[in-house]
Each structure stands twice: as structure tokens, then as C-alpha cells.
Design a protein around this ligand. Structure first.
Ligand SMILES: Nc1ncnc2c1ncn2[C@@H]1O[C@H](COP(=O)(O)OS(=O)(=O)O)[C@@H](OP(=O)(O)O)[C@H]1O
Length: 532
């Protein structure tokens, strides 16, 4: 997956998911005729139910008839104005105390005073089903054993859902959190840590990238990547979410999200820039380039060692950072200012911000990806303008073209404040959450974050102790690497000073100087400081 661009990553993910969906649906139990279950259930389950009622998710299956899922059947509003089918409250699946927490924050879509809540035909984040629903509270050991999760999830995905015409969001749920990025900042770990919370259900995939690559599809297609209303409610969930690092860098994604009628909490991770740069150099450049070379590229000899290829056929970190820094200096303090303005000023949603910044002497908005680097090769030898002299002088050195959009921005994607400033134009400040990567190993910091998301308190210590995700060579968003292995195998984790990163002292100093004002601007924007 590593060596592919995000589009093909996603295509691959989709086909794997469809397969696993088919497999997992094959494992689900066949439904029994309802009258049998109702009768048997009444005989056996009712006396038991009296005893075990306080135990959530335990007991024989509970079915809800169609008429029980109408507005009339809904319970009276709780003190927070939440209305759910009465049976969910009676069963103890939800408790009125669920809808606010220790710092008095309600999870997204559960705040009954917001316009979004009043106007959507929904139970919290989930749209009401159009058909009779068939409810089972999961106590099924077999089903549980067949999933990696504590609860078997039901997603409504089928062939039809891939077509543009599929509009219906009935029976589906919206995400309550999105991790926007930045890439290589621990987004996979944070996602897995958050979905360990008993009130949070995962999406089918960590990365859906709907708002970047798939907005030609209806929003129902997007929601179909999350648990269905039925699964969501019967598990007593409060939110679901996803993590797509391709969201953060792009201003057009901000607008797409704001227009979609979702109001998730938006989480951005920022890692010590030099650590992110080094991680991205290895993951987005070295590994995919070596993969490509090993499968045969041009006149590059086969079956040589990694060191041989690195020495003769790859650009060093020093070379790429040097070239990019020159480009960034030209762009951020020169041509990028007017070019960004020309591109964006005519849009309603950005104009006021440009004017405000100009009037108050604030740094100008920059559309880093689009404006500073370009998106197309210059000619057959030069993949991006910033590499013109490098590639002309070393035509034998290889940069995989599909990865160029990531390799070109090793430094740029560590200037977290530049894309974030666009997000703050349209998104409420209280919905923008910033996390320093170096904090995510800390259960207290995660508790704080989960409270800001509107979740009840939870101990994240055990899930953190399991390890980190998507570490170095152990690629894969869903693979945990134990902390022992992490310590043995990574050379750049928080806590050390990154001395082993192969950059000359001079360039490292220049880079630090270059980064400093952007880091300060970031801390100022998000209202907190990281340890870098
Ligand atoms: N808990 C914790 N603390 C510090 N650093 C961590 C943590 N979890 C993951 N990581 C490191 O983050 C890198 C992977 O980031 P992402 O998952 O965001 O990568 S991706 O953009 O989705 O591919 C990857 O960095 P490198 O190993 O340096 O490449 C991970 O090791």
C-alpha cells in the first residue's frame, strides 16, 4: 500500500473491505422467525431480565417492532432534550447521564439545543430507519469471537452504495470526530486509541478520504462506511469517526465539510516537525522508491542492497530538504502570497478573512500545496520545479511520480498552522481540537481529549500499553507494534533529540530557524503549546 498514491490506496482498501464484509456477513447468525423468539423469549428471558437488567448488552435478543420506532414511541425528553426509543432507555442501553460529561460537553449531534439537532430526523448522529428494524442486543459469543472488536458491527454497504445515485442516508450514522492529519503524526494510533472507548464505534476503515477524493458520490455513500443506526444504538454508542490525513492540507476540504450538514469535532495532530519530516522521508519516499526499483525501473540494476540503491539512486534527506526550503522561502515570502490571493479572494467564504488579515497586519493565508509546489511534472526529467537542478544534475536518481505530492512537502506538511488557518475560517473554535503527537501516549491527555469530544471518562492506559500503530517498517494503519519493539526499532521518537537524523548541522539549524515562527503562530492559533 505504501508505494501507491492515496487514490489507489483507497481503491485497494475498498476491495478488501467489500471482501471482508461479505465474509463477516456470512458469519452472522440466521434470523429465527420472530414469533418463536418472542414466545421463547417471553418464557425464558423475562424472569431473567428482571435480575440482569442493569447489565448492559446482556440477555436474550430484544426485538423492536416497527411501531416502536416511531416518534410516538419515543421516550419523553431527558433533561438534555434527548429523545430516543423508550426501549433503549428501559434496557439501560443509554442513560440520561450519557449525553453530557465531566466538563459539561455533549457529544456532537446529541446537544438538543442546536439547530442541527432540531432539524434532522435523527437519533443523535444516526438517521432514522425507513423500514422495520430488527434489533438484537449483542450477547452472542460466536459473533463476538468472529470480530476483532468487542461488538460485531453492521454496516449497510452493497453494490448499489457505490453508485452516484444512491442518496439515501436513512438508517445510517454521521461521524462525530474526524482526525484531519497531519500525515505521519500518529493519526493511526490516535484513531485506535479513541475507538477503544466503549462509547465509540470505528468506521470500516480508518481513512475514508471522502471530502478529498469522493465528493462526486452522495453523502449516503460516505455514511455507509460507518455503523448503521441499528448497530450504533443497540451498542449504546455516542459517536463514530474516521481519520484521513489527506483532509488537513486542502482548503476546499474545509468547505466540503462545512457544507455537508455534519458537525464533527475536528482533531489535528502535530508532531515535532523534524520527526515528521524524517518519518515522511522514509515512508513516503525511500520505501516506495525502493519497492519500485526492486520490481524493475529503467536501467537501474536489480538485486542490489538497499544501501547501494540509497547511495546511487535516491536523493538524500539533505538534498530534498535543501531544495524544498529554497522553494518555500521563495513561495511563503514571495510569489505565494499574491498567487493564493488570486486563487481564493473571489470566494465568499474566504474574502472576509483576507480583508481581516490585511487590515490587522496578520500573516497572509497561503494555499501551500496548490501554490508553492505545483501539481504537475515540469518535463520528462524534472518532476517538480523545486527539484529542477537536483534532477538535471542527477538524472539517474529516482522519485516515484505518484508519491511526488507527499515528497515535495516534507517540510511543508510540518507547517501545521498554514492549512489550519483555513479551517478556523469556517469551523467553530470549540470544534477544532489540537493534539501534540508527543501527548498521545499519555492516558491523562487522552482523557482530556475525550472529554472535549463529549465522551464520558474512560481509562486509556490499557490500550496505549498495547503499543503504537503504523510504526516505521511495520506499516499498516491497523497494526499495533509493541512498545518494546518501538523502542528497539525507531530512532526518532519523542524524547530523544533526533541527532541521528541525517541532516548537516548547518541545514538543521537553518531548518529550525525557518520553522520557529510557524510553530509560534500555530501555538497562538490553537491556544496551546507543544514541546517543540
Ligand atoms: N503513540 C505514538 N507516539 C509517537 N509517535 C507515534 C505514536 N504512534 C504512532 N507514532 C508514529 O506516527 C507515525 C505514523 O503516523 P500516521 O499513522 O499518522 O501515518 S499515516 O500518515 O497515516 O501513514 C509513525 O512514525 P515513524 O515510525 O517515525 O514512521 C509512528 O511510529
Amino acid at each position: 500500500m505504501q508505494s501507491m498514491d492515496i487514490d489507489s490506496e483507497i481503491d485497494e482498501v475498498y476491495s478488501t473491505v467489500d471482501q471482508s464484509q461479505r465474509q463477516s456477513s456470512g458469519k452472522r447468525r440466521r434470523r429465527r422467525p420472530r414469533w418463536i423468539t418472542t414466545f421463547a423469549g417471553a418464557l425464558v428471558a423475562v424472569p431473567l431480565w428482571v435480575v440482569i437488567r442493569p447489565l448492559k448488552n446482556w440477555g436474550s435478543p430484544v426485538y423492536i417492532e416497527e411501531e416502536e420506532l416511531t416518534l410516538e414511541s419515543e421516550g419523553s425528553p431527558s433533561s438534555h432534550g434527548i429523545v430516543l426509543p423508550q426501549i433503549l432507555m428501559d434496557e439501560g442501553i443509554y442513560d440520561p447521564a450519557d449525553f453530557t460529561n465531566a466538563i459539561d460537553v455533549a457529544p456532537p449531534y446529541w446537544n438538543a439545543t442546536t439547530p442541527l439537532f432540531k432539524h434532522s430526523k435523527a437519533w443523535g448522529p444516526c438517521f432514522k430507519p425507513e423500514e422495520t428494524m430488527y434489533w438484537e442486543f449483542h450477547s452472542d459469543d460466536e459473533a463476538i469471537a468472529n470480530t476483532t472488536l468487542n461488538v460485531p458491527l453492521d454496516y449497510r454497504r452493497d453494490e448499489e452504495s457505490k453508485t452516484r445515485n444512491w442518496q439515501n442516508a436513512a438508517g445510517l450514522c454521521r461521524p462525530g470526530f474526524l482526525i484531519l492529519g497531519a500525515g505521519k503524526c500518529g493519526t493511526s494510533s490516535l484513531y485506535h486509541y479513541l475507538v477503544d472507548h466503549p462509547k465509540v464505534l470505528p468506521a470500516i476503515e480508518k481513512q475514508i478520504h471522502y471530502f478529498r477524493y469522493h465528493t462526486d458520490k452522495p453523502v449516503g455513500w460516505y455514511y455507509s462506511w460507518f455503523p448503521t443506526t441499528k448497530t450504533f444504538l443497540e451498542n449504546g454508542a455516542l459517536m463514530t469517526g474516521e481519520a484521513s490525513p489527506g483532509y488537513l492540507p486542502y482548503p476546499q476540504v474545509v468547505r466540503e465539510i462545512a457544507m455537508t450538514g455534519i458537525e464533527p469535532k475536528l482533531i489535528t495532530l502535530g508532531r515535532k516537525p523534524i520527526d515528521r519530516i524524517w518519518s515522511s522521508y522514509k515512508y513516503n519516499y525511500v520505501t516506495p522508491a525502493l519497492d519500485k526499483i526492486r520490481s524493475g525501473h529503467g536501467a537501474i540494476p536489480l538485486n542490489k542492497s538497499d544501501d547501494f540503491y540509497k547511495e546511487h539512486f535516491l536523493f538524500s534527506l539533505e538534498e530534498l530538504v535543501r531544495a524544498e526550503l529554497d522553494q518555500l522561502n521563495r513561495c511563503l515570502y514571495g510569489f505565494g502570497i499574491s498567487k493564493t490571493r488570486d486563487m481564493w479572494y473571489h470566494r465568499h467564504w474566504t474574502r472576509k478573512e483576507f480583508d481581516y488579515r490585511e487590515k490587522n497586519g496578520l500573516p497572509p493565508l497561503i494555499d501551500l500545496d496548490e501554490v508553492c509546489y505545483g501539481t504537475k511534472p515540469v518535463n520528462k526529467t524534472v518532476t517538480r520545479i523545486q527539484w529542477a537542478s537536483l534532477q538535471m544534475q542527477n538524472p539517474q536518481k529516482y522519485i516515484p511520480p505518484k508519491q511526488a505530492f507527499l515528497i515535495q512537502a516534507l517540510v511543508g506538511r510540518s507547517l501545521y498552522v498554514l492549512p489550519l488557518e483555513w479551517w478556523y475560517i469556517l469551523i467553530h473554535r470549540e470544534d477544532m481540537l489540537f493534539v501534540c503527537t508527543e501527548e498521545i501516549n499519555n492516558a491523562t491527555a487522552l482523557l482530556h481529549l475525550s472529554r472535549q469530544l463529549g465522551l464520558p471518562d474512560y481509562d486509556f492506559e490499557p490500550v496505549i500499553a498495547q503499543g503504537a500503530y503504523n510504526v516505521g517498517g511495520h506499516r499498516g494503519y491497523d497494526t499495533a507494534t509493541s512498545w518494546n519493539e518501538v523502542r528497539n526499532e525507531t530512532d526518532n521518537y519523542s524524547g530523544d533529540d533526533g541527532d541521528e537524523i541525517p541532516l548537516s548541522v548547518e541545514l538543521r539549524q537553518e531548518l529550525d530557524e525557518f520553522l520557529k515562527p510557524f510553530n509560534e503562530r500555530l501555538f497562538n492559533l490553537v491556544g496551546k503549546r507543544c514541546d517543540w
